[in-house]
Ligand binder design. Structure first.
Ligand SMILES: Nc1ncnc2c1ncn2[C@@H]1O[C@H](COP(=O)(O)OP(=O)(O)O)[C@@H](O)[C@H]1O
Ligand SMILES: [Mg+2]
Length: 350
């Protein structure tokens, strides 16, 4: 709805000039005097009403309406610009604008959470079904008679056990991820030798690497301590090295390089010469349950949550994970860490 100050001024000034003419006709009934009286009364009152309405009242009200229109269309930028040009009763407009913007943001956030929850639930149930059905299948085969054949029995029990292990990994990763997303995990940063941590991770994964004849190499360019949550960074490096082995080439290599990155940061790079990831997938691999090759990745036993967890942990340290990759050449995952306590919003618990 828009008020036109011109029409309102016209109606009001016409009324006033007609009244003036009425009074004038009581004093002097000459046509010329009446016309002049009408014209003067009309033009002065029109100008007065028009400008008063335009500049002090209706202009502001119309601006408020057009801001509301824009808020309805969620055009916050334009609405804000318009507000900076306003005056007088605009305090009210500004309050309204701030209130509406905050409410809209809350609604958007809640809507996003609802979508997120729905998708998460669908993904989780889908992911849980796979190992449960597989285990069920192996056990049923055993019950149907395979249990009498010693060789088959062993093979099927081993398969069932692997499926259950996958299920256990998935549930653990899910638990970590849900706690991180609910911001229920607090980082406990302290100073530690990053090279020692990398060697510990290598020790944990050397059997896996050995099976594919992949060499695990650490190249330290003079880095000693970093200031971070040791357990969480262990999880990050484990997930990245684990992927580098899984998606690496047989007889290939996985290298973890650590460099100083001035000022007071350390750059960690996990480099493999494996399958690589094509451009269109690079932006999405950090999403939960996203896999480049669905069947092949599942075969390799991943939960599809490894990189989502990596991203959360690195971001909780106020840094970002980067990835560069070339198909059939290899992939580099990198992130930085602090060497001292330096971020004011870093949650330190001793
Ligand atoms: N080093 C890597 N080389 C090639 N592809 C990778 C590498 N790391 C991750 N990916 C791709 O990113 C996807 C997501 O990784 P991740 O979240 O760890 O899940 P998962 O390993 O359980 O499948 C993997 O399924 C794989 O397709
Ligand atoms: Mg993984």
């Amino acid at each position: 709805m828009q008020f036109s100050p011109r029409w309102l001024a016209l109606v009001l000034s016409l009324t006033i000039s007609l009244l003036t003419m009425g009074f004038l006709s009581l004093v002097n009934n000459t046509f010329g005097v009446l016309v002049v009286g009408f014209s003067i009364a009309f033009s002065t009152s029109f100008i007065l009403f028009y400008f008063t309405l335009q500049f002090f009242i209706l202009g502001d009200i119309n601006d408020a309406f057009s801001i509301l229109e824009k808020l309805k269309k969620k055009d916050f930028k334009l609405a804000k610009k318009q507000i900076s040009n306003l005056s007088a009763i605009q305090k009210l407009n500004e309050e309204l604008y701030a209130y509406a913007t905050n409410k809209q943001k809350e609604i958007d956030h809640l809507q996003q959470l609802a979508i997120y929850r729905r998708e998460f639930l669908a993904d989780v149930s889908h992911e849980l079904k796979t190992p449960i059905f597989a285990t069920q299948g192996f056990i049923e085969t055993l019950l149907d008679g395979a249990v009498d054949d010693e060789e088959v029995r062993y093979k099927f029990l081993e398969k069932a056990s692997r499926s259950l292990e996958g299920l256990n990994n998935l549930v653990e990763d899910l638990f970590t991820l849900s706690q991180m997303e609910a911001k229920m995990i607090t980082m406990h940063p302290k100073l530690f030798m990053i090279e020692d941590l990398i060697l510990e991770v290598f020790e944990q994964l050397e059997d896996k690497a050995y099976q594919r004849n992949i060499s695990l190499i650490v190249k330290n360019h003079g880095v000693k301590d970093v200031f971070a949550d040791r357990n969480r960074i262990t999880q990050v490096i484990t997930n990245l090295v684990n992927n580098a082995i899984k998606y690496g080439k047989n007889d290939g290599k996985v290298e973890v390089q650590i460099h100083h990155s001035p000022p007071q940061k350390v750059l960690v790079e996990v480099i493999d010469n494996g399958t690589g990831i094509s451009e269109e997938h690079l932006d999405r691999i950090f999403e939960r349950f996203y896999r480049v090759e669905k069947s092949r990745s599942k075969e390799k036993g991943g939960s599809g949550l490894g990189l989502a967890i990596v991203k959360h942990i690195v971001e909780a340290h106020n840094h970002k994970v980067n990835v560069q990759s070339k198909v059939n050449e290899g992939t580099i995952f990198s992130f930085k860490l602090d060497t001292k306590e330096q971020s004011p919003n870093f949650d330190v618990i001793s």
